[in-house]
Design a protein around this ligand. Structure first.
Ligand code: PEP
Ligand code: MG
Length: 538
């Protein structure tokens, strides 16, 4: 039995086998091979596996979404079998004696460039497909594939670190737990794990070794321990712990349908944080009263191009409709810092957390912003939708945002497109915003305090840097004073104020927040019922 220790970011016990996740390296190694025939065999085997996966995807899409959508996987199979494409790969392996990954990569580059140089839009679009199939083959060759087909059953992911764009690729029902060597409790990957309700350890002293792949293990999110090949006695104990945890969770079910009120009768709006439509089930299962933060940037991650207005509209409409009239607060895209998407082409920055991110991108690239706003306003016709804006530091920004919002509404009016009555709010997550919250409040309907960033900027402690954990005090008086000030300034100006950062779920502070006058707390769906119970005892 091997035991490794980490910092738990979500409690619970998971039992299952390990999937060692290695980053899909952007750069493909160029290596000379001594045995081109064997290399050719490796390529053929990877190609056969990719073909099998594409067939499976075609059938799944045919069942789930229909023939038209499924066609793309048919096209991918044809491209992968294309004679010229295969001849080029074989040629590089045989005559240049190169490794298969490099041969596929070089062929992909040539073919994609050729497609891109064509006049026809349809043919130009095939460049992305060539990249897609080539990346599939390369990731099979170098063992970095994380597609659901590569994970036949739910697994415990063990990785060096996980960027949010990587975490969003995993299919939720294929994940039992996340264990990373790096990471920090406030990182977006930890937040995603909490949203998905799965035990998760960061800063774990584990080697990222393929040796662990497939081995039976247990993640104990209460003790912060990972057991690999647990002995019988340990396994029995942990199974019992899991049973008790499940029982506790079941007990909380009695909180469903109850009001979130304190002993003195103050109602707190108890909402959920989500990353996308896939999390709405958890929101409903936990009887949350609304969605206090939909991190819309997750719709932009893990893909090669901007989501279209239509795609976004469908996602927002889906969430708003399923919430059936309950409030849904969608935050406009907060890309940048640790949430990176290559196609945004954000120049490398010395200090991305203080860089070109969130509202700064939206106010610079107005078309990207307007596309999202149009999708949001269109979706607002299907329920109760509010919009909030991240990383605000000035009144000037808020005024400009409101001008752009008016332009979008005017465009929709001209096209006779219906939209609802949308509340507008801002995140208070920079010390600047908290300090001038008296000046900001008259311009908005609500404030939502982003304690994760507010803490990072107030304490000058990078939320991604686990080595500073000893200096990080989430209950620091400076943070609490800024929160108090923000709530007071909201109320003086007739706005309401909530907390959607992780501090909202910190039950050591709940009573204090209620005393300060907080109106809303928005937390990971898995914390809802426990927090309701706690508030009812306050
Ligand atoms: C925050 O900063 O507290 C917040 C809710 O936003 P995010 O964690 O996505 O930066
Ligand atoms: Mg933030």
């Amino acid at each position: 039995m091997i035991i490794r220790e980490g910092k738990s970011v979500f409690k619970g016990v998971a039992i299952g086998s390990i999937f060692v996740y290695k980053k899909a390296g952007k750069a493909v190694n160029k290596e000379t091979v001594e045995n081109p025939a064997a290399e050719l065999k490796r390529f053929e085997a990877a190609k056969a596996k990719a073909m099998e996966q594409l067939k499976g995807l075609y059938e799944k899409a045919l069942r789930d979404v229909g023939e038209e959508e499924a066609m793309i996987f048919d096209v991918h199979q044809m491209l992968l079998d294309d004679l010229d494409y295969n001849d080029s790969i074989k040629g590089i392996i045989e005559s240049e004696q190169m490794n298969a990954e490099y041969a596929v990569f070089m062929t992909c580059e040539q073919f994609a460039a050729m497609f891109l140089s064509m006049d026809d839009d349809y043919m130009r679009g095939r460049a992305a497909d060539i990249k897609d199939i080539s990346e599939r083959v390369i990731s099979i060759l170098n063992g970095t594939q994380v597609s659901p087909e590569a994970m036949p059953e739910p697994v415990i992911i063990v990785a060096e670190d996980l960027a949010p764009s990587e975490t969003v690729q995993f299919e939720k029902d294929k994940l039992l737990a996340l264990v990373t060597q790096k990471g920090s409790a406030n990182s977006h990957t930890a937040i995603l794990a909490r949203t998905m309700n799965i035990p998760s350890l960061v800063t774990t002293d584990i080697e990222i070794d393929q040796e662990y792949h497939g081995r039976m293990s247990v993640v104990d999110g209460f003790a912060g321990l990972l057991y690999i090949d647990p002995d019988e006695i340990t396994l029995t104990k942990l199974q019992e712990k899991k049973r008790r945890a499940d029982e506790q969770r079941a007990l909380l079910q009695e909180m469903k349908g109850k009001e979130t009120v304190t002993q003195s009768g103050k109602h707190i709006h108890l909402y959920s944080n989500i990353g996308g439509p896939q999390d709405v089930d958890a929101v409903l299962e936990n009887d949350s009263e609304g969605i206090g933060l939909f991190r819309s940037e997750f719709l932009y991650l893990g893909r090669d191009s901007y989501p279209t207005e239509e795609e976004q509209f469908e996602a927002y409409k889906n969430v708003v409709s399923r919430m059936n009239g309950k409030k849904v607060i969608i935050r406009t895209l907060d890309i940048g810092a640790d949430k990176q998407a290559d196609y945004f082409e954000i120049p490398t920055e010395e200090n991305p957390a203080l860089g070109f991110r969130a509202i700064r991108i939206c106010l610079t690239r107005e078309e990207v912003f307007k596309t999202q706003l149009r999708a949001l306003y269109r979706a607002s016709a299907f329920g109760t939708l509010s919009i909030m804006f991240p990383m605000i530091i000035s009144v000037k920004e808020v005024l400009r945002i409101k001008e752009i919002v008016e332009e979008v509404k005017l465009e929709l009016d001209r096209s006779d497109i219906a939209y609802g009555n949308v509340e507008l709010g801002i995140m208070i997550e920079t010390p600047a915003a908290a300090v001038i919250s008296d000046l900001l409040a008259p311009h908005v309907d609500f404030f939502s305090i982003g304690s994760n960033d507010l803490s990072q900027y107030t304490l000058a402690i990078d939320r991604q840097n686990q080595s500073l954990d000893n200096f990080f005090d989430p209950h620091h008086e400076a943070i609490l004073r800024l929160i108090q000030m923000t709530i007071e300034n909201a109320h003086k100006n007739g706005a309401w104020c909530g907390i959607c950062g992780e501090l909202g779920a910190d039950m050591e502070l709940t009573a204090k927040f209620i005393q300060m006058g907080i109106d809303e707390l928005s937390v990971s769906p898995g914390y809802t019922l426990e927090l309701r119970k706690h508030i009812r005892e306050c």
